[in-house]
Ligand binder design. Structure first.
Ligand code: PA5
Length: 432
């Protein structure tokens, strides 16, 4: 079960500060679960975690098995909330180098960029491979995935013929609306649903995340059990609820002028999970001239790049460190009889032990340097722990955004760049 340790905030905030926030956190949490706050038409994500597989999950597993049996590669096409969640789960659970492993299909991501080089690289990687695509877009009109979809569809049709290609196309979209729904109905592609009341950045526990995860060999039932357990555990209305501690801690720090949050982990495979978190909090809170800017770092690697800035730069940031319980399987440091590298003092120690000392040393250095640190402690990385972590951050984000006084479920600012781009591209309806 997830726990949150706020003891490294003392000095910056006090226990009375925290307790003074109790009524506000209570109200924010109540607003969320009773569905009475702004954006309440997008609360479907609260009901996604389930202990028993739904019929949609069974269909997802069947489609994933088909992909695993017939394809070398699955290309997941989507951007933002229609992409970061599955990539986060796959990298955290299968490793950053999951595509080099034997046994599972390779999973490539497309439609999240307009880079020509990235597109040409993908085309090369797909040469000679049997592949399927999972197009994920709620609106069905987002430019980046729409361009990739058009091209990948043609590639599939050229490779397999129009009829057979249909068996290689899986669409995840709105249940009734949108261009993609229309395209899928016309062509007869297999489809999965993004519930109308679930926004992109809260959709990882729907087919958005589950089909790519299952295709990658992740047990999606375990992920869902983890999320369902988290939903049960995080329903407490008190500071015993870790989501309360996280939401309250970060909001108190923001009120003290800490406008940047650095989400850190000592796991390289956590990189995309951190990006998923960055979108979740950035898009949910960054509006109305408010919001904590979400940044990410990987320790210990970034201690050798960002470490100086964290230790002695402007004192406007705090850290949230996600810690996982250590691996059960240990790696030990061996003795070298010549000891030219001077490492024999670590002989027989596990790599975990060294990492733990790096963490403890960094924690006290950063708190000494005026960087408050929130600790989120999770179980050893496994399917359940990942489901739990997804739900923990989603719930914390909803509470935190209501504490801040913003609508956690809209993103009006994102449209601005799109409008400009469409004008420049000459899209019909966007005349200058
Ligand atoms: O969180 C969000 O709502 C966004 O990041 C969307 O997921 C993203 O813009 C993609 O939208 P769509 O799924 O409609 O293609």
């Amino acid at each position: 079960m997830i726990s949150v340790d706020i003891s490294n905030l003392w000095g910056e905030v006090s226990l009375p500060d925290l307790l003074s926030l109790e009524q506000e956190v209570f109200a924010a949490h109540k607003l969320l679960v009773e569905g009475k706050g702004p954006g309440n038409e997008y609360l479907g994500w609260l009901n996604l975690p389930v202990f028993e597989p739904t019929s949609e999950m069974k269909r997802i597993r069947a489609a994933a098995n088909y992909i695993r049996e017939t394809c070398d590669v699955l290309v997941v096409v989507g951007i933002g909330g229609s992409y970061l969640g599955p990539r986060a789960a796959i990298e955290l659970l299968k490793g950053q180098n999951h595509n080099l492993r034997r046994g599972d299909p390779q999973i490539f991501f497309a439609g999240n960029t307009l880079s020509t080089r990235a597109w040409q690289e993908l085309c090369q990687l797909l040469e000679g491979k049997d592949f399927a695509i999972n197009i994920i877009s709620k609106s069905g009109t987002t430019t980046e995935p729409a361009i990739a979809t058009r091209a990948l569809k043609w590639m599939l049709e050229r490779k397999y013929g129009a009829e057979k290609a249909k068996k290689h196309i899986f669409v995840t979209t709105d249940p009734v609306r949108g261009a993609l729904r229309q395209m899928a109905s016309d062509a007869g592609y297999e489809t999965f649903v993004i519930p109308h009341d679930v926004g992109g950045r809260y959709s990882v526990l729907s087919a958005v995340g589950l089909l790519p995860m299952a295709a990658a060999g992740i047990d999606i039932q375990e992920v869902m059990i983890g999320a369902a357990q988290a939903k049960r555990d995080l329903s407490l209305f008190s500071f015993e609820n870790p989501a309360w501690l996280y939401a309250a801690g970060r909001n108190l720090l923001y009120r003290r002028g800490k406008a940047l949050e650095l989400l850190c982990s000592y796991e390289p495979a956590f990189g995309y999970f951190a990006r998923w978190w960055q979108q979740l909090f950035g898009e949910s809170e960054g509006k109305d001239g408010k919001g904590i800017f979400p940044c990410t770092a990987e320790f210990t690697a970034d201690l050798h790049s960002l470490g100086q800035m964290i230790q002695q730069g402007e004192r406007n940031l705090f850290e949230t460190v996600v810690r996982f319980a250590p691996c059960r399987r240990k790696t030990l440091i061996e003795k070298d009889y010549r000891d030219l590298d001077g490492l024999n003092y670590l002989e027989g120690k596990s790599l975990d032990f060294v990492e733990e000392q790096a963490f403890l040393g960094t924690l006290s250095a950063h708190t000494d340097g005026g960087v408050p640190v929130l600790l989120v402690q999770a179980d050893e990385i496994c399917d359940r722990a990942v489901g739990e972590l997804f739900f923990f951050f989603e719930l914390s984000c909803g509470i935190s955004a209501y504490l801040l006084g913003v609508n956690p479920f809209n993103q009006p600012g994102v449209e601005h760049y799109k409008r400009n781009m469409f004008q420049l591209l000459g899209k019909p309806g966007y005349a200058r």
